[in-house]
Design a protein around this ligand. Structure first.
Ligand SMILES: Cc1cc2nc3c(=O)[nH]c(=O)nc-3n(C[C@H](O)[C@H](O)[C@H](O)COP(=O)(O)OP(=O)(O)OC[C@H]3O[C@@H](n4cnc5c(N)ncnc54)[C@H](O)[C@@H]3O)c2cc1C
Length: 461
């Protein structure tokens, strides 16, 4: 519980209307996209500019108050849960697109800009910003930078960090620091921009972001394919990647997800299909046509029951809308859903799929699969019930088995969702101990009082 004088000072900084303390308001900031964690903050502040954020952090640092940064709260690793109470600092009021520079191919935005709003603005200028987490209708650009988010387009275009050129960050002591800039090349000392990109709100608050843009691809074709066996589909994905073609997206969903999506959207997906692959090729029209022909041939040779082009833009958009609805379809299917985020080298995808099947059979938990097949990034989603203690204990063993299987194949704990609260117990299995020490030391230098998003990424010493 914070002293009333702290609340009064926060009200002086941002104005009374932008400080929330009512129980009902606090309850709405107690959780994020994860279904296993929740903890209410003592207060929520909604600053409208960088100077206010600097003043809030100075106040919090002086009084040792934990600060949890928050965009839209869509992350699925527990990153924006204020586990120690204190202040939730939500950036959604800082939602201006400050500049789009068509000649330099850059944009500068405030952190609370919703990704979809940004994409709509860019489309009207024939520009393109590829990182596309499937929460794009809601998530903020600040949240995507703090998580170094990915999405379907990353197979060809890379993840968020490949587009962040410059940042304004408020450090835990309130200092406003500018790093990077607006040039595509910048080799000036250690590169701090990627350190803050993916720092999960533990090092400071990102208050301004300069992003690299690219011209919108001239053409796109979407391929729809159905397989009777997921592991076979995984092998074909590896063959496509080895063929020299780089599709813009290769996504897959399993039979459970196909049936759930069809139940919700009625778009005519074959509900008996074991696996659906959706593939996009983009670029110049001639290149796209040739790539699409080669991909179709590889899919058919590889055993696809159906492999065909979406007949028009409308049909392509319907398929991609269905894919975006995948998580919503899964989340409403059980009381507790743990959507994991492991990634394996792309040539080990098929082996990993077989291992997940074994783990599901052995544990008795239903594990449904959806993911970015082109990146080897799978979201095995485990259905359980957080009200049942026995289920939760067994769940931890099952999740550990999934992570171990990924690590044994040369994979990682998280491809794009981050460590947050969800995976910190396993960090030491995935990283060299010296690397963890270095990370802790960086945190200690920037945030000696440990006020910024404490308890995330690693267990506290
Ligand atoms: C349906 C669904 C689909 C998803 N699909 C994908 C996907 O395809 N790819 C993917 O990568 N992720 C995906 N996600 C995860 C999530 O949407 C992303 O991590 C997203 O980037 C989070 O943005 P946000 O605004 O909701 O941030 P939040 O969830 O509010 O915050 C995320 C983290 O960033 C920190 N943070 C937020 N803003 C700032 C700031 N300004 N400065 C410093 N730290 C900050 C928070 O403390 C927290 O640790 C999905 C989630 C859902 C629910």
């Amino acid at each position: 519980m914070l002293k009333s004088e702290i609340i009064n000072q926060l009200e002086d900084i941002v104005g009374k209307d932008l400080v929330l303390t009512a129980k009902e308001d606090l309850a709405t900031y107690a959780y994020d996209g994860t279904t296993t964690w929740s903890h209410a903050p003592d207060v929520v502040v909604l600053p409208t500019n960088t100077a206010q954020i600097s003043a809030i952090l100075k106040l919090a640092n002086k009084n040792g108050i934990p600060v949890t940064p928050r965009g839209s709260g869509t992350n699925i690793s527990g990153g924006s849960i204020p586990v120690r109470g204190g202040i939730v600092l939500c950036t959604t009021k800082m939602n201006r697109i400050l500049e789009i520079n068509n000649a330099n191919l850059t944009a500068t935005v405030e952190p609370g800009v919703v990704l979809h709003d940004f994409n709509m603005k860019l489309a009207s200028e024939n520009l393109f910003y590829p990182p596309d987490p499937q929460s794009f209708l809601t998530c903020t650009i600040g949240g995507t930078v703090a998580e170094n988010s990915g999405g379907p387009l990353c197979i060809k275009y890379g993840v968020t960090k490949q587009y962040v050129l410059g940042l304004e960050v408020v450090l835990p002591d309130g200092y406003i620091m500018n790093i990077g800039g607006s040039t595509v090349k910048n080799r000036t000392g250690y590169d701090l921009v990627p350190l803050f990109t993916g720092s999960e709100g533990t090092l400071g608050i990102i208050t301004k972001i300069t992003l690299r843009l690219i011209p919108k691809p001239a053409a796109r074709k979407t391929i729809f394919a159905i397989f009777d066996n997921m592991s076979v589909a995984g092998t074909v994905v590896s063959k496509i990647l080895a063929s020299g073609i780089v599709p813009a997206k290769i996504e897959f969903v399993d039979n459970f997800v196909i049936r759930r999506i069809e139940e919700k959207m009625q778009i005519g997906l074959p509900v008996d299909a074991n696996t659906m692959l959706l593939i996009d090729a983009d670029g110049s029209l001639a290149a796209v046509e040739s790539e699409a022909d080669q991909i179709l041939a590889l899919l058919k040779e590889g055993g696809a029951r159906i492999a065909r082009l979406a007949k028009d833009e409308n049909e392509a958009n319907t398929y991609w809308k269905a894919r975006s609805a995948g998580f919503a379809a899964i989340y409403s299917a059980a009381r507790t859903v743990i959507a994991e985020d492991v990634t394996v080298p792309r040539d080990r995808l098929s082996e990993f799929i077989d291992k997940l099947d074994e783990i599901s059979k052995k544990s008795g938990f239903a594990i449904v699969l959806i993911g970015h097949a082109g990146d080897g990034n799978i979201h095995p989603s485990v259905f359980t019930n957080s009200q049942e203690k026995e289920d939760l204990d067994r769940l931890q063993d099952t999740l550990t088995a999934i992570f171990e299987a990924a690590l044994e194949l040369g994979g990682t704990l998280s491809g794009e969702h981050g460590i947050g609260l969800e995976k910190k117990r396993l960090l030491s299995r995935a990283l060299d101990p010296r690397a963890i020490d270095i990370m802790r030391n960086i945190k200690g230098i920037l945030d000696p009082n440990n006020i910024m998003n404490p308890d995330k990424i690693w267990e506290q010493a």
